[in-house]
Structure formats: C-alpha cells, structure tokens
Design a protein around this ligand. Structure first.
Ligand SMILES: CC(=O)N[C@H]1[C@@H](OP(=O)(O)OP(=O)(O)OC[C@H]2O[C@@H](n3ccc(=O)[nH]c3=O)[C@H](O)[C@@H]2O)O[C@H](CO)[C@@H](O)[C@@H]1O
Length: 371
C-alpha cells in the first residue's frame, strides 16, 4: 500500500502519523519506499520526520490570519500554488491513499488528492476540530476521531469512525527502548519522578512557575525532569547560571524518546494537547494539566476537563496558577499513593490501546474498496 501522510505545525499533528508509520512497518504493510510525509519547511515536522528516516517533501503554504483579513490574499495565492505542487507530488508518487491530521499543509494535499479521486481520510485528535480538518471533511472518504465532542462538530456523520489516537498504541508498545534516566541524567530509577513539560514547543507560563517553585521543589524527596521546550532552554539556563541546582532536578530542552520515558514517570505536569492526553491515558499516568489558554476555542481546557471529570487528572487554569497550588498538587499525587492509583485507573479507562490498528483498518478498507 502506498501512502502519503500530511500534517504540520505542531507535534500534535506529527506524532500520530509517526506512530501509524511505525505500526504499518511493524505489521509489514509498508516499507519506507511506500510512504511519503508531506509537510512544510518551517514546521516542527521538517526536523522530526527526516530525523526518523521517513521520506519527506514540503509544500510552501501559510495559515490564515484571523485578525488581519487583508493579509490573506497572499495566503490564498500560496494555497493555490500549493495545490499545484501537491498535484505534482501526487502524480509522481501515485499513492493508494492520502491521510491528513491537520495543519494547512494537509489541507492542500488532501484536498488535491480528493479532487483527483484518490481515497482520502483525515484524523482529528482534538476535542475541537481544527480549521483544515473542518474544510477537508466535505471532501474526504473517512473521518477518524478521538473525542466524541469532535464527532459532534462534523456534519458528515456517515464518514465518522472512532479510532482513538495512534500515539496511544505506540506508547504502549514495547518497541521503544526505555530511556535510562540514570545514565542520561544521573537520576535514580527507584525514586518517584515527575516530568514537567509544556507541549511540543514548551510553555512560558509552566516554565515560569517551575522557576518560581524551585526553592521548594529542590527540597522534595522526589525527582523532577523539566523539559523546557527548545525555544526557552537557552534563556532558562542563562537565568539559572548562578544558581546551584539541586541534584533531584534535571533541566532538558526536549525529550526525544517520550514513549520510552513516560511509562517510568510517577506523575506528569503538562499542557492538555490532544496527543499528550492520548499518551497519558494509554499508560494511565497520573497528570496535572495546565491547559494553554492560547488555542482555538479554548480546546485544551475542554480536553482537560473531560479527563478531570473522569477522575483521570487534576486541572489548574493558567490564571489561577501559583507556586503554592502547583507544588501542593504535585505533592498530592506523589505522596498519596492511593490517590495516584485511583487516578491511574481512571485514566486507563479513557485510553485506546489499539488506536493505530483501528486507523489502519479504515485505510485498508478504503483502499480495497477503491481497487
Ligand atoms: C499551543 C498549541 O497550539 N497546542 C496544540 C498542539 O499542541 P502540541 O503540539 O503540544 O501537541 P500535543 O500535546 O497534542 O502533543 C505533543 C507531542 O509532543 C511530544 N513531546 C513533547 C515534548 C517533548 O519534550 N517531547 C515530545 O516528544 C509529546 O509526547 C506529544 O506526542 O497540537 C495539539 C494537537 O493538535 C493541540 O491539541 C494543542 O492545543
């Protein structure tokens, strides 16, 4: 089966595809020659995808500016040009199916493929449907989704298939080698450890609160891995240059092998991006969620409250965040094993352990139907 994947901008659109590719290879459905990832040069995908050895091509495209409508002439022109580039890629690669996960780039390639009568599908990992997927829903053959709330926003009910997020299955798989936290960061694998990170790009508010809470956190009987995001790492290191950091805290820019690290974590503090949540619930990791307020329709808060309602997370809104409730929430989970266990069980109830296989089933059926 020859497949073009497309998704861009953030890790949340990229990792589900990477997880799918891994599973497709594992099941010998594809080799590297059968797949192509179409992204943009500027997005995170241009780093992650080639680094994983997956064939990668780019389209030149940009997002709509919702505040300055006049600026969108250039965007429309780029979109039309991107469709031409997309057509060339599709003609030369000849995919049996094209799958998009969101981001403007997927809008162009999936739309063009559908117009060329190539089987197409999208995967929506969020509780609030993104702009590209909303647009594509009219044209594609199938719409896979994770949250029931998302399904309600698609008028094309017959196309809907609930599959969960492929990243869930990946983090549960045994293929990723365990991150050796002792060798990598000098941490003790037998001491409870908290991972703190702010989504794929890091989050200023989370970094600031960790920094403010350092004096307290450094006294704790647990360890902390603080992944700042690439963007913030240099500054934080500079700001803390004169501070002798306690041994129980490690600061890193980014976690490369999240599936290899997450299963070892006692608790995680994070944003509530859709893919992160798919990972936490697949593993049942107790989490404290600090939703980003800077996302479309406040969808991270919606994602987070769904988990909290099920007993699978603690939620602190960014407005209410202070060192006091931040540290006491971590303590609550780390120092009360019973509470952590309950949270973990509730979280697992929400996870979808075979999400990749469910998406692959939809792909295979579509391709078969078309042959
Ligand atoms: C600010 C913003 O626009 N966020 C959106 C973005 O988030 P973002 O790109 O942060 O997406 P998610 O939280 O869904 O996924 C982040 C992914 O990056 C991985 N990771 C993160 C940090 C790290 O150091 N290493 C690492 O591998 C996580 O394990 C996860 O797989 O896309 C999501 C899915 O469309 C949306 O729900 C989010 O609202």
């Amino acid at each position: 089966m020859k497949i073009i994947f497309s998704g861009g901008g953030t890790g949340g659109h990229i990792y589900p595809i990477m997880a799918l590719i891994e599973r497709l290879k594992e099941r010998n459905i594809v080799t590297n020659e059968d797949i192509l990832f179409v992204g943009t040069e500027k997005g995170l995908e241009s780093k992650i995808v080639p680094a994983a050895g997956v064939p990668f091509k780019t389209l030149k495209i940009q997002g709509f500016d919702r505040r300055h409508l006049l600026k969108n002439f250039e965007t429309i022109k780029l979109f039309l040009d991107a469709n031409k580039q997309a057509k060339r890629i599709l003609k030369s690669f000849k995919p049996d199916i094209v799958l998009g996960t969101g981001g403007y780039v997927s809008g162009a390639i999936v739309y063009t493929a559908a117009k060329m009568h190539i089987p197409t599908m999208i995967h929506e990992s969020n509780s609030v449907v993104g702009l590209a997927n909303k647009f594509l829903a009219h044209y594609v053959d199938k719409i896979c989704y994770t949250f029931d709330d998302a399904a309600k926003q698609f008028p094309e009910k017959k196309k809907l298939v609930k599959t969960g997020n492929p990243r869930s299955q990946q983090v549960l798989g045994l293929n990723e080698s365990k991150v050796d936290i002792k060798q990598k960061w000098g941490l003790n694998p037998n001491v409870p450890t908290v991972l703190i990170f702010g989504g794929s790009r890091g989050a200023l508010a989370i970094n600031q609160i960790v920094k403010k809470s350092l004096p307290e956190l450094e006294q704790k009987p647990y360890q902390i891995i603080w992944a700042t995001g690439q963007l913030y790492y240099g500054n934080i290191k500079k700001e803390l240059a004169d501070h002798k950091l306690s041994e129980n805290i490690k600061i890193v820019p980014y976690i490369d092998n999240m599936p290899g690290l997450l299963p070892q974590m006692t608790c995680v503090v994070a944003r509530s991006g859709a893919t992160s949540l798919a990972e936490f619930t697949a593993l049942g990791v107790p989490v404290i969620l600090i939703p980003s307020p800077n996302v479309t329709h406040n969808h991270q808060m919606k994602n987070a409250l769904d988990l909290e309602k099920a007993g699978a997370a603690l939620v602190i809104s960014e407005n209410d965040l202070n060192p006091n409730n931040f540290v006491s929430s971590i303590d609550h989970i780390l120092l009360d094993q019973n509470y952590a266990k309950k949270m973990s069980q509730a979280s697992k109830q929400l996870g979808v352990p075979d999400a990749s296989d469910q998406v692959i089933k939809v792909m295979e059926e579509l391709v078969k139907k078309n042959n």
